[in-house]
Design a protein around this ligand. Sequence first.
Ligand code: ZN
Length: 173
Amino acid sequence: MSVRPLCVEPHGVLRQPAAPITRWTDETRRLARDLIETMYANDGIGLAAPQIGCSTQMFVANPSQQQGQELVVINPVVEAAEGRASVIEGCLSLPDVWDRVRRAARIRISGRDVNGEPLTIRAEGLLAIVCQHEVDHLHGQLFIDRLSWFRRRRLQMRFTARSRKNRSASSAQ
Ligand code: ZN
Protein backbone atom coordinates (compact mmCIF):
# COMPACT_ATOMS: atom_id res chain seq x y z
CA MET A 1 0.00 0.00 0.00
CA SER A 2 1.24 3.42 -0.75
CA VAL A 3 0.21 7.03 -0.94
CA ARG A 4 0.61 8.10 -4.56
CA PRO A 5 1.34 11.60 -5.86
CA LEU A 6 -1.73 13.51 -7.02
CA CYS A 7 -2.13 14.72 -10.60
CA VAL A 8 -3.18 18.34 -10.63
CA GLU A 9 -4.84 20.43 -13.38
CA PRO A 10 -3.67 20.95 -16.14
CA HIS A 11 -2.24 17.38 -16.12
CA GLY A 12 -3.33 15.60 -19.33
CA VAL A 13 -4.48 12.39 -17.62
CA LEU A 14 -7.31 14.33 -15.97
CA ARG A 15 -8.78 15.12 -19.39
CA GLN A 16 -8.60 11.62 -20.79
CA PRO A 17 -11.61 9.25 -20.69
CA ALA A 18 -10.55 6.32 -18.48
CA ALA A 19 -10.53 2.76 -19.82
CA PRO A 20 -12.83 0.11 -18.32
CA ILE A 21 -11.24 -2.58 -16.16
CA THR A 22 -11.61 -6.02 -17.71
CA ARG A 23 -9.34 -8.16 -15.53
CA TRP A 24 -9.53 -8.48 -11.76
CA THR A 25 -6.05 -9.10 -10.44
CA ASP A 26 -3.78 -8.23 -7.52
CA GLU A 27 -3.06 -5.03 -9.46
CA THR A 28 -6.77 -4.08 -9.27
CA ARG A 29 -6.82 -4.58 -5.51
CA ARG A 30 -3.54 -2.70 -5.09
CA LEU A 31 -4.92 0.25 -7.05
CA ALA A 32 -8.04 0.28 -4.82
CA ARG A 33 -5.88 0.27 -1.67
CA ASP A 34 -3.62 3.01 -3.02
CA LEU A 35 -6.63 5.15 -3.90
CA ILE A 36 -8.07 4.73 -0.41
CA GLU A 37 -4.76 5.49 1.26
CA THR A 38 -4.09 8.51 -0.97
CA MET A 39 -7.64 9.80 -0.34
CA TYR A 40 -7.12 9.65 3.44
CA ALA A 41 -3.63 11.12 3.28
CA ASN A 42 -5.10 14.16 1.54
CA ASP A 43 -8.24 14.43 3.70
CA GLY A 44 -10.44 13.67 0.70
CA ILE A 45 -13.87 12.05 0.68
CA GLY A 46 -13.50 10.62 -2.82
CA LEU A 47 -10.74 9.91 -5.34
CA ALA A 48 -10.70 8.63 -8.91
CA ALA A 49 -7.88 6.60 -10.47
CA PRO A 50 -6.91 9.28 -13.06
CA GLN A 51 -6.09 11.58 -10.14
CA ILE A 52 -3.16 9.33 -9.29
CA GLY A 53 -2.16 9.01 -12.94
CA CYS A 54 -3.98 5.78 -13.72
CA SER A 55 -6.47 6.13 -16.58
CA THR A 56 -8.79 3.29 -15.54
CA GLN A 57 -12.41 3.34 -14.43
CA MET A 58 -12.16 3.06 -10.66
CA PHE A 59 -13.05 5.43 -7.88
CA VAL A 60 -13.26 5.30 -4.11
CA ALA A 61 -15.56 7.31 -1.87
CA ASN A 62 -16.15 7.67 1.81
CA PRO A 63 -18.10 10.78 2.82
CA SER A 64 -18.28 9.55 6.44
CA GLN A 65 -14.45 9.35 6.58
CA GLN A 66 -14.81 6.30 8.83
CA GLN A 67 -12.16 3.71 8.11
CA GLY A 68 -13.60 0.46 6.79
CA GLN A 69 -16.63 2.20 5.20
CA GLU A 70 -14.90 2.93 1.90
CA LEU A 71 -16.75 2.32 -1.32
CA VAL A 72 -14.74 1.02 -4.28
CA VAL A 73 -16.56 1.32 -7.62
CA ILE A 74 -15.26 -0.01 -10.93
CA ASN A 75 -16.71 0.69 -14.41
CA PRO A 76 -19.55 2.82 -13.01
CA VAL A 77 -22.59 3.67 -15.10
CA VAL A 78 -25.15 6.19 -13.86
CA GLU A 79 -28.45 4.39 -14.44
CA ALA A 80 -30.76 7.01 -12.94
CA ALA A 81 -30.43 10.55 -11.67
CA GLU A 82 -33.24 12.63 -10.20
CA GLY A 83 -33.89 15.74 -8.18
CA ARG A 84 -31.63 18.77 -7.86
CA ALA A 85 -28.82 19.47 -5.44
CA SER A 86 -26.34 22.31 -5.25
CA VAL A 87 -23.28 21.87 -3.07
CA ILE A 88 -19.95 23.68 -2.78
CA GLU A 89 -17.34 21.28 -4.12
CA GLY A 90 -13.60 21.08 -4.12
CA CYS A 91 -11.22 18.64 -5.79
CA LEU A 92 -7.79 17.31 -4.84
CA SER A 93 -6.74 17.92 -8.46
CA LEU A 94 -7.78 21.60 -8.29
CA PRO A 95 -6.02 22.99 -5.23
CA ASP A 96 -7.69 25.99 -3.59
CA VAL A 97 -10.73 26.01 -5.87
CA TRP A 98 -14.20 25.75 -4.34
CA ASP A 99 -17.46 26.44 -6.07
CA ARG A 100 -21.13 25.60 -6.04
CA VAL A 101 -22.06 22.89 -8.53
CA ARG A 102 -25.52 21.76 -9.61
CA ARG A 103 -26.07 18.03 -9.70
CA ALA A 104 -28.76 15.39 -9.27
CA ALA A 105 -29.91 14.84 -5.69
CA ARG A 106 -30.38 11.09 -5.99
CA ILE A 107 -28.61 8.61 -8.21
CA ARG A 108 -28.42 4.94 -9.00
CA ILE A 109 -25.10 3.62 -10.25
CA SER A 110 -24.25 0.15 -11.47
CA GLY A 111 -20.71 -1.16 -11.67
CA ARG A 112 -18.37 -3.77 -10.23
CA ASP A 113 -16.67 -4.12 -6.91
CA VAL A 114 -12.97 -4.80 -6.38
CA ASN A 115 -13.54 -8.55 -6.92
CA GLY A 116 -15.45 -8.03 -10.16
CA GLU A 117 -18.86 -8.70 -8.59
CA PRO A 118 -21.81 -6.60 -9.85
CA LEU A 119 -22.64 -3.67 -7.64
CA THR A 120 -25.56 -1.23 -7.43
CA ILE A 121 -25.37 1.97 -5.44
CA ARG A 122 -28.42 4.03 -4.55
CA ALA A 123 -27.26 7.26 -3.03
CA GLU A 124 -28.53 10.62 -1.91
CA GLY A 125 -27.00 13.46 0.04
CA LEU A 126 -23.25 13.87 0.06
CA LEU A 127 -22.56 10.35 -1.25
CA ALA A 128 -24.64 11.08 -4.37
CA ILE A 129 -22.62 14.25 -4.97
CA VAL A 130 -19.26 12.52 -4.45
CA CYS A 131 -20.21 9.66 -6.79
CA GLN A 132 -21.23 12.09 -9.56
CA HIS A 133 -18.01 14.09 -9.08
CA GLU A 134 -15.89 10.91 -9.32
CA VAL A 135 -17.78 9.52 -12.35
CA ASP A 136 -17.05 12.85 -14.07
CA HIS A 137 -13.32 12.26 -13.45
CA LEU A 138 -13.57 8.92 -15.26
CA HIS A 139 -15.02 10.76 -18.27
CA GLY A 140 -12.14 13.26 -18.24
CA GLN A 141 -14.29 15.99 -16.67
CA LEU A 142 -13.63 18.26 -13.71
CA PHE A 143 -16.20 20.02 -11.57
CA ILE A 144 -15.15 23.40 -12.97
CA ASP A 145 -16.50 22.23 -16.36
CA ARG A 146 -19.96 22.50 -14.83
CA LEU A 147 -19.56 26.15 -13.83
CA SER A 148 -20.56 29.18 -15.87
CA TRP A 149 -18.37 30.04 -18.85
CA PHE A 150 -17.10 33.19 -17.18
CA ARG A 151 -16.15 31.54 -13.90
CA ARG A 152 -14.49 28.64 -15.73
CA ARG A 153 -12.46 30.96 -17.93
CA ARG A 154 -11.09 32.82 -14.92
CA LEU A 155 -10.13 29.60 -13.18
CA GLN A 156 -8.44 28.19 -16.27
CA MET A 157 -6.35 31.33 -16.64
CA ARG A 158 -5.24 30.91 -13.05
CA PHE A 159 -4.17 27.28 -13.65
CA THR A 160 -2.36 28.08 -16.89
CA ALA A 161 -0.45 30.89 -15.15
CA ARG A 162 0.45 28.55 -12.29
CA SER A 163 1.77 25.78 -14.59
CA ARG A 164 3.82 28.33 -16.56
CA LYS A 165 5.33 29.58 -13.34
CA ASN A 166 6.15 26.01 -12.23
CA ARG A 167 7.73 25.22 -15.58
CA SER A 168 9.96 28.27 -15.59
CA ALA A 169 10.88 27.61 -11.95
CA SER A 170 11.96 24.04 -12.71
CA SER A 171 13.87 25.00 -15.88
CA ALA A 172 15.75 27.62 -13.86
CA GLN A 173 17.21 24.93 -11.59
ZN1 ZN B 1 -12.11 15.61 -8.00
